[in-house]
Design a protein around this ligand. Structure first.
Ligand SMILES: Nc1ncnc2c1ncn2[C@@H]1O[C@H](COP(=O)(O)OP(=O)(O)OP(=O)(O)O)[C@@H](O)[C@H]1O
Length: 237
């Protein structure tokens, strides 16, 4: 295979044999995972199964105890809370880490993309929860990451705002084409957004679903709920 072809299929991240322990407790156990550029992957699993531990390892925020993580560039991360700097204007927050030259213009373009183009000189304290998460998304995407890590970024939002954010993030990902790993507790959110849904159990990927194929959402929902231990059989009268 020629070098240019190899470059075309290069993934956003490739993880092999990843292991992470807290003391004696192995939380991630030889986990393998590849996410292609432009692919939207959701990660579900019972509370405490290691989803955030995996995301933090991919983000380079925590050390790992074994295996390899190959990512061509530093990933961008959006957390459940916006983590904006309260003393910086919105455009300064978004442009943090960019070269000074052209930073305001790039921040302006990113804020316009999330519907906040008129708020460059506003402050984080004046934003609603949904608006603050939109700024957090702008701050992540302005870096043009090849891998975007989303750690329950919509969990604290009300139901309608969450649906609006789903539409927005789907559109942004379609335009920027990063590989995405979304950690979520929300089966419906995973089905609405992801090309591929992974279920984490026992420190590794235990199941995989592709909800986008025709007729698949209902079957995927049922399979996911069963895998997550949700009992839907109602007691007989
Ligand atoms: N800094 C830490 N020190 C010790 N144990 C930790 C630490 N961080 C996480 N753990 C443990 O590792 C396990 C996995 O935690 P993690 O936060 O990754 O789970 P999760 O799947 O993201 O959970 P949730 O869905 O509840 O957010 C848990 O049992 C947790 O108690």
């Amino acid at each position: 295979m020629s070098a240019p072809l190899l470059a075309q299929v290069a993934p956003a991240v490739r993880v092999a044999g990843l292991t992470r322990a807290y003391g004696d407790r192995v939380v991630i156990d030889r986990l393998d995972l590849t996410i292609a550029r432009g692919e939207f992957v959701a990660l579900l699993g019972e509370s405490g199964c290691g989803k955030t531990t995996l995301l933090r390892a991919l983000a380079g925020l925590d050390p790992i105890d074994g295996g390899r993580i190959e990512a061509p560039r530093e990933p961008a991360v959006v957390f459940q809370e916006h983590r904006l700097l309260p003393w910086d204007s919105l455009w300064r927050n978004v442009s943090l880490g960019l070269p000074e030259m052209g930073a305001r213009e790039r921040a302006a373009a990113a804020l316009a993309e999330v519907g906040l183009g008129g708020r460059l000189d506003d402050w984080p304290r004046n934003l609603s929860g949904g608006q603050a998460q939109r700024v957090a998304l702008a701050r992540a995407l302005v870096q043009e990451p090849e891998l975007l890590l989303l750690d329950e970024p919509f969990a604290a939002l009300d139901a309608l705002t969450r649906i609006r954010m789903h539409v927005l993030v789907k559109d942004l990902v379609a335009r920027h084409r990063p590989g995405v790993l979304l950690v979520t507790h929300d089966v419906e959110e995973a089905i609405a957004l992801a090309d591929r849904i992974l279920v984490m159990r026992g420190g590794a990927i235990a199941a995989e679903h592709r909800p986008t194929e025709p007729g698949r959402p209902a079957a995927t929902r049922a399979a996911l709920l069963a895998e997550l231990g949700v009992e839907l059989d109602l007691p007989s009268a």
